[in-house]
Write a protein of this length. Structure first.
Length: 80
């Protein structure tokens, strides 16, 4: 999974250690997420997103081919 963490971190001038301390993980975990070797748990992804004031899907990017097709709902309204 691709992420924008490295860029976001750089904008705030935070080291991997700084970010790790803020979200309660090790520097190695942040490094593994940034290099795509580890996908964070949902709670960790939410913590990271909240810290940057963003939505999870703005930071963690799945390739288009891995995204499910949207469900199309047919909604009908009863006319009166």
């Amino acid at each position: 999974m691709k992420t924008r963490i490295r860029v976001l971190r750089a904008e705030k001038e935070w080291s991997q250690e700084d970010l790790a301390d803020k979200v309660g993980v090790t520097r190695q975990t942040i490094n593994a997420i940034e290099t795509g070797r580890y996908d964070p748990s949902l709670p960790l992804a939410i913590k990271i997103a909240h810290l940057f004031g963003m939505h999870v899907e703005e930071i963690f990017l799945l390739p288009e081919k891995e995204l499910p097709k949207p469900v199309k709902l047919n909604v009908y309204f009863k006319s009166e």
